[in-house]
Design a protein around this ligand. Structure first.
Ligand SMILES: NC(=O)C1=CN([C@@H]2O[C@H](COP(=O)(O)OP(=O)(O)OC[C@H]3O[C@@H](n4cnc5c(N)ncnc54)[C@H](OP(=O)(O)O)[C@@H]3O)[C@@H](O)[C@H]2O)C=CC1
Ligand SMILES: CC(=O)N[C@@H](CCC(=O)OP(=O)(O)O)C(=O)O
Length: 354
């Protein structure tokens, strides 16, 4: 059977390793290229314990990525945004399709890059071409045809999925939305910093990059697309002393006349054909244990019934930042790009067991 040749650039990082494990068991792909400077020359088998032919594959140095990637049909870039920005034009020119896990091609407005990513974007044409790879909210047909898929940010995935159906159905008022989100430490990548050291993170819980987090414009862009209007919002990220998982709590208000039953029905209707989305019985039923290690996103809704705060809606959503928030979503996009079953390689991932 012909298998699609796939490469992972940045294969030693947390999301690159996650992607390697998922693709190792996928069945329709041959992982032809893995690159990393820190692991160059070593085998996938030695680093990740993967056996068989893939275990023999050696990590190539990052500076050979562009050249070696020409052998691949699709390449996953699990690199920092600045590296993705440099690599993507050459890869596309060589006829390689790209799924970029970084934020380099997520924002349509180039002006947002200096403020949120600390660089000036020099490829507006590619930004315009890139398809935002959130299959539950963006046309699957567009993803299937894309040369360049921009894989969403982890927080941005969970935040957008929490409220998008309510906005699309016009069930929320036009006031500001609030997203409180907390992530495990793998969200920050493998590269260490003092802030991320065990002594700093363990037994602590704090907000970070408040009012300047790079996922704020990304969430706003996605929700504007769904709602057909600008959606004012505040997003605050918090660091959890756990390795994996993101929990988002979204606060909104029902539009005049809208009901709790309509809100629940909107979530159930929009996510009915989404294999990885599950609408839980209540907002309290959403937690990290049920999603960590899987490509799922669970969503739960509560509407004030006490009369204390009439019209108040709270939606919770949970994902694994490395799976639905990164590598799993990238493979979901790869499946769509290749015309395969959307769940291929993702349906039997081993979730967290207490
Ligand atoms: N972690 C997460 O939960 C999520 C991450 N992302 C995005 O995905 C991308 C990868 O993230 P993650 O796996 O966490 O990152 P890591 O820091 O864990 O790994 C980065 C990878 O990129 C390689 N790399 C290439 N160029 C550079 C460079 N100039 N500086 C540092 N590393 C480089 C590294 O290779 P080596 O060191 O071996 O040379 C390594 O393999 C990032 O853009 C991130 O923003 C998106 C969603 C969620
Ligand atoms: C805990 C933690 O630090 N998480 C990261 C989110 C990772 C991500 O999705 O970042 P990109 O948008 O750069 O791809 C952060 O807050 O920046």
């Amino acid at each position: 059977m012909h298998k699609a040749a796939i490469g992972i650039i940045g294969a030693s990082g947390y999301s690159g390793v996650e992607a390697t494990h998922i693709l190792a068991a996928h069945g329709q792909v041959e992982l032809r290229l893995v690159t990393s400077d820190r692991w160059k020359g070593e085998t996938v088998g030695r680093r990740l314990g993967i056996m068989g032919p893939l275990g023999q594959l050696r990590y190539a140095p990052l500076d050979q990525s562009a050249e070696l990637a020409r052998e691949c049909e699709v390449v996953l870039l699990a690199t920092p945004a600045e590296s993705s920005l440099q690599l993507v034009p050459g890869l596309l020119e060589a006829g390689v399709r790209v799924i970029d896990l970084s934020g380099a091609f997520r924002l349509q407005d180039t002006a947002a890059y200096p403020a949120f990513y600390n660089f000036t974007h020099g490829s507006p044409a590619l930004l315009a071409e890139a398809v935002y790879g959130l299959p539950e909210l963006v046309s699957r047909e567009r993803i299937a045809r894309a040369r360049l898929v921009s894989n969403p940010g982890c927080y941005a995935t969970a935040c957008a999925l929490s409220v998008a159906p309510l906005l699309r159905a016009g069930l929320l008022d036009e006031g500001s939305l609030i997203f409180d989100a907390a992530s495990g430490t793998t969200g920050a990548g493998r590269k260490g910093s003092e802030d991320m050291s065990f002594s700093e993170v363990d037994e602590d819980f704090r907000a970070y990059r408040v009012l300047r987090h790079q996922h704020t414009p990304e969430i706003a862009q996605t929700l504007a697309g769904v709602a057909g209007r600008q959606v004012p919002l505040t997003f605050t990220a918090h660091l959890l002393p756990l390795k994996r998982g993101i929990l988002v709590t979204a606060y909104a208000r029902l539009a005049k006349g809208a009901t709790a039953a309509e809100a629940r029905a909107a979530l159930e209707k929009d996510y009915a054909d989404c294999p990885f989305l599950s609408v839980e019985s209540s907002a309290d039923a959403v937690g990290l244990k049920a999603v960590v290690g899987t490509n799922r996103c669970t969503v739960g809704l509560a509407v004030d019934a006490t009369g204390h705060d009439p019209g108040r809606v709270v939606v919770t959503a949970a994902i694994d930042n490395l799976v639905k928030g990164a590598a799993g979503q990238a493979v979901q996009n790869l499946n769509l790009m290749k015309g395969w079953e959307e769940t291929l390689g993702l349906s039997t991932l081993r979730g967290f067991t207490p």
